[in-house]
Design a protein around this ligand. Structure first.
Ligand code: LMR
Length: 341
């Protein structure tokens, strides 16, 4: 009898071992899913950069990672998305640099200051240099890792009236991102700033909840804001870019070879996305002009000087919030860019 029960026990253990091995193999084949949520259209610069990152990341990890992309606020809208990332409900985001103030990262609003950057080369001297790295490192205290900066571009202003001189903004309800600098910017133009989630802007413009807004042309175009805005002024008064961020606990839990592959994929997606952003913003302006629904105005030298006179003082006024040293460092780095580029 003993012989029989021993054999039965050996068979039982062998079956258990085989089942465990199979489940480990199945588990090993299950891809690591990274939920990447953003608020723009998939054909906007950030949407295209995210798609390229997905392709590169899945290829580089040979399918061990799957990037689940959620565009156009389909998973989370502004504000919700940062909360979701910190809770680990989503693993990756690329919020505008103008949206980190509510997280306590007021320094990021240095990118919102009007006329801080003469061109994208100046922006990249900051974002791709020590200043940009130091800013991303500050995110770690919030449980966030900053992986990269992505461009959109320089902002234009829109409304349903011509915007040629600062006085034209008087009393206009202007939608802004959740940035104190942008709030002060609109008040410097005697406008009435209204912080709204990006997903709510078109409807707010259509219904008259707000009169106008600011954004790079690619966002105005891909959200069809031109259908409810009769006038655009190509002011290029400020920059809009993104920080690509990941939940720190999740990132640290990844195998080192996966992190290395994702870092490389991110670097390539950044190069691709920044190039596409420049192309898309130029194409968007031309496409909006072609619709005939929106008059596009370029400021003359005198008008440009009036806008600068109204908005440049913010670089000093906002030092208490952002930090004078940071503003000076960004201004110094930016001034070293080749303005002819
Ligand atoms: C906005 O809210 O206007 C932009 O930050 C949207 C985006 O992500 O480009």
């Amino acid at each position: 009898m003993k012989q029989k029960s021993l054999v039965a026990e050996i068979v039982r253990v062998a079956i258990l071992l085989a089942a465990t091995l199979v489940s480990c193999q199945v588990a090993a084949q299950e891809p690591i899913v990274i939920k990447f949520s953003h608020v723009v259209a998939s054909d906007a610069p950030k949407g295209e950069a995210a798609q390229r990152f997905k392709e590169l990341a899945e290829k580089a990890t040979k399918g061990r990672v799957r990037i689940a992309l959620y565009s156009n606020s389909t998973l989370y809208k502004d504000k919700e998305e940062l909360e979701a990332l910190q809770l680990g409900a989503v693993q990756m985001l690329a919020p505008s640099l103008a949206k980190f103030g509510p997280l306590g990262m007021k320094e990021f609003e240095v990118f919102d200051l009007p006329y801080m950057f003469p061109n994208l080369e100046a922006v990249h001297r900051v974002t791709q240099g020590p200043i940009g790295k130091q800013l991303l490192n500050k995110l770690e205290s919030k449980g966030i890792i900053g992986l990269a900066y992505w461009d959109n571009g320089f902002k234009v202003m829109s409304a349903n009236k011509p915007l040629r001189v600062p006085a034209d903004f008087n009393m206009l309800k202007m939608r802004i991102q959740s940035s104190k600098v942008l709030d002060v910017q609109m008040r410097a133009l005697a406008a009435n700033p209204q912080t709204l989630a990006f997903s709510d802007v078109v409807q707010a413009l259509r219904s008259g909840v707000v009169d106008g807004t600011e954004n790079p042309p690619s966002n105005l175009y891909t959200q069809k804001m031109y259908e409810v805005q009769k006038n655009i002024t190509v002011s290029n008064h400020g920059y809009l870019g993104y920080a690509v961020i990941v939940n720190k606990k999740f990132w640290d839990s990844l195998p080192w070879d996966i992190r290395t592959a994702l870092t490389q994929a991110m670097a390539e997606a950044t190069k691709y996305g920044n190039a596409r952003a420049q192309e898309e913003n130029a194409a968007a302006l031309a496409a909006i002009q072609k619709t005939g629904k929106t008059a596009i105005y370029h400021l003359n030298v005198k008008e440009n000087a009036e806008w600068r006179a109204a908005l440049l003082p913010l670089q000093t006024q906002m030092a208490g919030r952002i930090g004078k040293d940071l503003i000076d460092a960004v201004r110094k780095e930016s001034a070293m860019a080749d303005v002819n580029k």
